[in-house]
Ligand binder design. Structure first.
Ligand code: DI6
Ligand code: FE
Length: 403
């Protein structure tokens, strides 16, 4: 059976300079793909041209609602237990994120909690988070490991990430982020830890657990030399890379990542002109994370205009994690991308659809076009700019259709 969504307004995002709005339109889904879209008036002739009998098409009246590509959250850390509200309070009293991390809190405290949890606790908490993202229109989620930091615990996190996708009928792309922090077993031996990270990777990859490889390249994370070793291990397996880069300082991680053809560099508040040029020539997407910018009370903005001028694609994601971005609202991120980063609503929305698909190396989603996956978000708004303008509690999603 084919399904035709009728009387809809479509925001196709197909011409990238524009919302690609189509009023009084219809969209045909066959075998989980968009098989046709166009004006309602063109449907009868198109149905015949497609060789479809009228009774082979189930018609669903959208009553004028807006249909967009489903959202894509291309940067999350969904698999962990616990919370870091205590560190939030410490930061409000003057401690910095870096000081807390250096004192053994931060990522390491979530690693301890995550290692102590059982599989069911870990899965259930990840499912609840993923469902919250879906409630705001997300049908593709990138999920990083990085709160296990041992071979067994990293494998467990990645397996749970895969299970989230299977259980909820959405796409989950997994990212191996063992190079996130130094676990206690390797205290003061970061190079030995990186050797272990590189050794675990082929085994986890052979289990089908890894879609991409990431690292936290930062003063409180890993150096560019250590990141390079992780990227060499990924390259040897043909795995794409991405990087947490230039969030708190400029180590030149973006240029390194670009030299490995990175799909994305993420955060980028301290990105330099040479980093931008390297990203542009490698076709690397800039993933901006307004939640972390807000929650860490950053004041240095990513170089948005320079990224725009250079033609580097800009994506937006939640960066959901317990330490620097405990948000589960992609729509709030769209609003913040506009208010903090001065993206236009179209840039922000394309950043969580079209550009986010590029950041994950996915060509089959992020726009409404024939042949694309029929991952659709149906909204109770008249125009997609209304998705970027309210902040908090707007609940505009009518239906998520995840193929
Ligand atoms: N950058 C981030 O935003 C998260 N990881 C990273 O490398 C923060 C992770 C955390 O604080 O738990
Ligand atoms: Fe992150």
């Amino acid at each position: 059976m084919s399904t035709l969504y009728t009387h809809a307004k479509l925001a196709t995002l197909a011409p990238t300079s524009d919302w690609g709005l189509l009023d009084n339109a219809a969209l045909l889904v066959q075998n989980s793909r968009i098989a046709w879209l166009g004006a309602m008036a063109d449907w009868p002739a198109s149905r015949i041209a497609l060789g479809l009998q009228a009774d082979a098409v189930l018609e669903v009246d959208m009553q004028g609602r807006l249909i967009t590509p489903a959202l894509i959250d291309c940067h999350t850390h969904l698999v962990y237990v616990g919370n870091r509200a205590n560190e939030f309070e410490m930061r409000l009293q003057g401690a910095t994120y870096e000081e807390i991390a250096r004192a053994g809190g931060g990522i390491k405290s979530t690693v301890a909690a995550t290692r102590a949890a059982n599989d069911e606790q870990l899965l259930q908490s990840a499912l609840i988070r993923a469902k919250s993202l879906m409630a705001e229109g997300v049908a593709t989620i990138e999920i990083k490991s990085g709160y296990g930091l041992s071979e067994l615990d990293e494998a467990r996190s990645l397996r749970i990430a895969r299970k989230v996708g299977q259980a909820l009928g959405i796409t989950v792309k997994t990212t191996y982020l063992a190079a996130h922090a130094l676990p206690p077993e390797f205290a003061d031996r970061p190079d030995d830890y990186i050797s272990a990270v590189c050794e675990w990777l082929p085994r986890l990859h052979s289990e089908g657990l890894v879609d991409a490889v990431d690292a936290f390249c930062e003063g409180i994370g890993f150096s560019t030399a250590q990141t390079r070793r992780v990227f060499e291990a990924a390259k040897a397996l043909g795995l794409p890379v991405k990087l947490h880069a230039e969030q708190l300082s400029d180590l030149g991680g973006s240029a390194l990542a670009a030299s490995f053809g990175a799909m994305s560099c993420d955060h980028l508040e301290h990105l330099s002109a040479s980093g931008i040029a390297a990203m542009k020539s490698a076709g690397t997407v800039a993933v901006l994370l307004p939640g972390a910018y807000y929650f860490l009370r950053e004041t240095k903005l990513p170089p948005i205009q320079a990224l725009r001028d250079a033609g580097v694609p800009i994506a937006i994601a939640t960066d959901h994690n317990p330490g620097s971005s405990p948000t589960l609202s992609p729509l709030l991120m769209l609003s913040m991308a506009c208010t903090f980063f001065k993206l236009t609503p179209l840039e922000a929305f394309a950043g969580m659809t079209l550009q986010a698909s590029r950041a994950l190396g996915l060509q089959d989603r992020g726009t409404l076009a024939v042949g694309q996956r029929a991952d659709l978000a149906v909204w109770n708004v008249d125009h997609p700019n209304q998705l970027c303008y309210p902040f908090g509690g707007s609940h505009p999603l009518y239906q998520l259709i995840a193929s």
